[in-house]
Write a protein that binds this ligand. Structure first.
Ligand SMILES: [Zn+2]
Length: 299
């Protein structure tokens, strides 16, 4: 049984295990200035499952289109399933999960769901991946709300007006999505050959990794990582290497590191991830892949 992985930009991937087709997020239809990924949600003709990491537009948007066109089942949080239900996806195609579930995807393949955390969107952050950040700990929600965060930056761009602002505004507000992350989830897909861990944002409860092992880790790179409810005291590269090491991963793929929403985002340099993995998790190799590259995952 051959397993192939296609990156579709942002943190979206298509995982094909033999005949089974699983979308990991569904966000392919991005702002016009983002590089095209080569596939639109409306053109997807085969999908058995769509796993949704969280309910923000840059992850869930498109899952409704795929589900309605292909009959695929969506597995996501209760908030993600509410968004899908309101978009007209039948209840029979929704498996609401909060972490702790194991769903069968085919006679040979199952997926385990775990609770997770979103990156710290309340901190405005744009350092290089190997640049350490410190502070911002011990804050209440009210104190966090007073920080100049990512949402504030987007709000400022939109408020500045002009064509770009209008495009962003319509894109974000028009998406089938939620302003709430809905409670991020991570997934462990287990085949007879390998265990594949997927995460679409940068946060974790480190205890989640106790007792789980993954051959392959697909890890989201976005914003200031969140470790056990507090912003990481360190760098993004250190966060990714920590996760890869905790999972015992042999092969690492990154997600969310392309220029997915210019002018808010830019392309992330991946060199620091190679270096930090070599230091912290020497058993893990970072595989760089382009959109729709059809990377075969070794058993
Ligand atoms: Zn998000």
């Amino acid at each position: 049984m051959t397993t192939t992985l296609d990156w579709l930009g942002t943190a979206t991937f298509r995982l094909t295990i033999g005949e089974l087709v699983i979308f990991l997020d569904a966000y392919m239809d991005r702002v016009p200035d983002a590089p095209p990924v080569g596939l639109s949600a409306k053109d997807v003709t085969k999908a058995d499952y769509v796993l949704v990491g969280h309910s923000h537009f840059d992850h869930i948007a498109g899952a409704d289109v795929i589900a309605k066109n292909t009959g695929a089942t969506v597995i996501g949080s209760h908030e993600s399933c509410r968004v899908m239900r309101e978009a007209g996806v039948p209840d029979g195609q929704l498996k609401a999960s909060s972490g702790g579930e194991r769903h069968r995807l085919s006679p040979e393949v199952t997926v385990r769901v775990f609770p997770s955390l979103h990156s710290c969107t309340w901190i405005l952050t744009d350092p290089a991946p190997d640049e350490e950040e410190h502070g911002h700990t011990g804050l209440t929600q009210e104190e966090r709300a007073a920080c100049p965060g990512l949402v504030q930056r987007v709000t400022e761009i939109v408020a500045a007006g002009g064509e770009t602002a209008q495009v962003l505004r319509e894109h974000i507000l028009g998406a089938t999505a939620s302003m709430s992350d809905g409670g991020p989830l991570v997934f462990l897909i287990e085949t007879p050959q390998q265990a594949i861990f997927w995460q679409d944002t940068s946060g974790c409860w480190t205890g989640t990794f106790d007792g789980i092992e993954a051959d392959v880790a697909i890890l989201g790179v976005s914003g200031r990582p969140n470790v056990n409810g507090e912003p990481i005291q360190g760098s993004m590269a250190q966060f990714i290497a920590m996760e890869a090491k905790a999972l015992g991963a042999k092969q690492v793929f990154l997600g969310h590191h392309d220029n997915w929403m210019p002018p808010v985002t830019r392309e992330t340099d991946v060199a620091p991830f190679h270096a930090e993995l070599a230091r912290q998790a020497p058993g893990a190799t970072l595989t760089e892949t382009g959109y729709l590259a059809g990377t075969v995952i070794a058993p």
